[in-house]
Ligand binder design. Structure first.
Ligand code: ZN
Length: 197
């Protein structure tokens, strides 16, 4: 089932999400619905707060990053992305290290806006997977980037919190329009300030 994606401005996106138990009601179904919702919106990651649930859960599928134009040099940041499909439950980023690099990030909750965000290149994360196996893993490249972005969602942080105040000021009008539903988007969304609901 495709779920509506919560738009910028909804308080759930600013909340620190709660851990869940293994017997969380309907967890498998929720994960399946999140994948369906993410694929429908052509995203590479989706966090539970984005579908209105303030719990520490996010999913990723970075395989679009593995696609390469013919004759192009392989991108070292895309190594392993074809299999980077994962569920992260109760994640904790244990360490972030390496040189910071910039990438134009987007977010399904903030459609039609992309801004360069600086993040460290390497991340070590502990979490439970879909079958509740404990994992302790290190990621680099685009995989680390997606994890850092989605992890921020369960911490109540958006990429727009990470750009300069001046850049954010320039986006103010667009962001306020998104909260009102004044944005052209081809997937189902829930807008906090939409009139006439
Ligand atoms: Zn996002």
């Amino acid at each position: 089932m495709i779920l509506p994606i919560v738009a910028y401005g909804d308080p759930v996106l600013k909340r620190m999400a709660d851990e869940i138990d293994e017997d969380y009601d309907g967890l498998k179904e929720l994960i399946d619905n999140m994948f369906e919702t993410m694929y429908n919106a052509q995203g590479v990651g989706l966090a539970a707060p984005q579908i209105g649930k303030s719990i520490r859960l996010f999913i990723v599928d970075g395989s679009p990053f593995a696609e390469q134009e013919e004759g192009q040099e392989p991108d070292p940041k895309a190594v392993g992305m074809e299999d980077f499909k994962q569920v992260f439950i109760n994640p904790i980023i244990e360490e972030e290290e390496g040189e910071s690099w910039g990438f134009h990030e987007g977010c399904l909750s903030i459609p039609k806006i992309r801004e360069e965000v600086q993040r460290k290149s390497k991340v070590r994360i502990t979490y439970y997977d879909r079958d509740w196996n404990f994992k302790d893993e290190t990621y680099e490249g685009y995989a680390a980037r997606i994890i850092q972005h989605e992890y921020d969602h369960v911490e109540g942080i958006l990429f727009t919190d990470k750009i300069s105040p001046l850049k954010r000021k320039l986006l103010n009008k667009k962001l306020s329009n998104i909260t009102k539903g004044i944005v052209d988007v081809d997937y189902k969304m829930k807008f906090p300030n939409k009139k006439g609901r």
